[in-house]
Design a protein around this ligand. Structure first.
Ligand SMILES: [Zn+2]
Ligand SMILES: [Zn+2]
Length: 389
């Protein structure tokens, strides 16, 4: 999984010499997973991405967090929309009784646009995001409404235990104490938990924030507090205020690193710059994620606990020198966080430590072993050939 930043500015494009180091284009992040291309938001940064993709990509997905202009302004300047060979699915937040296509057509229509949305030559489909996680080309995508002005989504893209979370317009501190509130009460935390990369709103400094409380954006201290609770491995701050020039952002970046280190946090924090490419290959779920797996022999199950709450279980049954793993589940609301994989991995390690072999009748566990050949030797000998490549 690789993320490329094409626009990191909030609110309005600010081209010019004072912003050339961080960039002046509004929100757009490309996420490439193998041959698949995902585009997070369609701010003005999407124009150059379109030029880079033109003629090279036949199918792609545009995931819109919301329809504020700084997140859709580049849509009609995105070259793939003008290629009849290209299939594009545009995903966005649901709104009761109002189709996404019609809402976007308010912008892509007369008098704001020289073309109508129906005239786009590409094969375009518009879809509201589902409530449950869904899969696109082997990537699990999860969307959830988060605290901003108007219906706004955050996204999490996961593949092979590596996750990227995208929350460019987000004010989780509004009405929540980020240091002390239970995790389930903090907007966006379920999406961000343990992510290899968290891309988060940081529009304001600490001093600027009080005058903008309720505007839907985060201050630097709140963005850091949210990241700390999420246990993300790497934090990238974006949606820079249009009044923050390069010199200002360089200083803000130093302040962010100092505050992060001073808080005794591991991982990295930096300010996003247009053109940055972040390769997440090899990233693993954060080791200090507050999720633990413990064996509970009296219930014949491994238990997954998060913030001291039981949220998942892997049920087993002893069978001679083997242990049958019969069923695993993670509670609704925690999908897409890599927790199911964590549960299975820890259960398998627990069984290995006991000196027994595994009979994985649970399909999720069997699929996990097929994806992780280092566990094949743990499978009961007569079944092992079914799991070897
Ligand atoms: Zn925005
Ligand atoms: Zn917004």
């Amino acid at each position: 999984m690789r993320a490329t930043l094409w626009g990191v500015r909030g609110s309005v494009p600010v081209p010019g010499p004072a912003t050339e180091r961080f960039g002046g284009n509004t929100s757009c992040v490309q996420v490439s997973v193998g041959e698949s291309e995902f585009v997070l938001d369609a701010g003005t940064g999407i124009r150059e991405l379109g030029a880079a993709l033109a003629g090279r990509c036949r199918r792609l997905h545009v995931l819109l967090t919301h329809l504020h202009l700084d997140h859709i302004q580049g849509l009609m300047f995105f070259a793939p929309f003008f290629d009849p060979e290209v299939e594009i699915t545009v995903w966005g937040p649901p709104a009761a009784g109002r189709e996404l296509r019609k809402r976007l057509a308010r912008y892509i229509s007369n008098p704001l646009s020289p073309i109508e949305i129906g005239e786009l030559p590409a094969q375009v489909t518009f879809r509201d995001v589902p409530q449950e996680p869904w899969r696109i080309d082997g990537v699990e995508v999860r969307a959830a409404l988060v605290s901003h002005r108007g219906p706004t989504l955050g996204y999490r893209l996961s593949q092979d235990g590596t996750s990227l979370c995208y929350l460019p317009d987000h004010e989780p501190a509004l009405g929540s104490d980020l240091a002390r509130a239970p995790g389930g009460w903090i907007s966006g935390l379920g999406l961000a938990r343990g992510a290899a990369l968290l891309i988060h709103d940081c529009q304001y400094t600490e001093d600027e924030y009080p005058a903008h409380r309720g505007w839907g954006h985060s201050s630097l201290p709140d963005a850091l507090a949210f990241a700390r609770r999420s246990h993300a491995q790497r934090l990238l701050l974006v949606h820079h205020d249009p009044w923050h020039d390069d010199a200002f952002l360089e200083a803000l970046g130093r302040e962010a690193s100092d505050r992060w280190a001073h808080g005794g946090n591991a991982g990295r924090v930096e300010l996003g710059r247009e053109g940055d490419v972040l390769d997440l290959a090899g990233a693993v779920p954060s080791p200090d994620m507050p999720a633990v797996v413990v064996d509970n022999p009296s219930e014949s199950r491994f238990e997954l606990r998060l913030d001291d709450q039981l949220i998942g279980r892997a049920e087993y049954r002893p069978a001679g020198d083997s242990v049958i793993v019969a069923h695993t589940e993670v509670d609704a609301g925690h999908e897409g966080e890599g927790l199911g994989s964590l549960l299975v991995r820890e259960a398998l390690e627990g069984i290995r430590a006991s000196g027994k072999t595994v009979i994985p009748t649970c399909p999720f566990t069997a699929a996990y072993i097929r994806r992780h050949p280092e566990f094949v030797d743990l499978v009961e000998a007569s079944l092992r050939s079914q799991f070897s490549a």
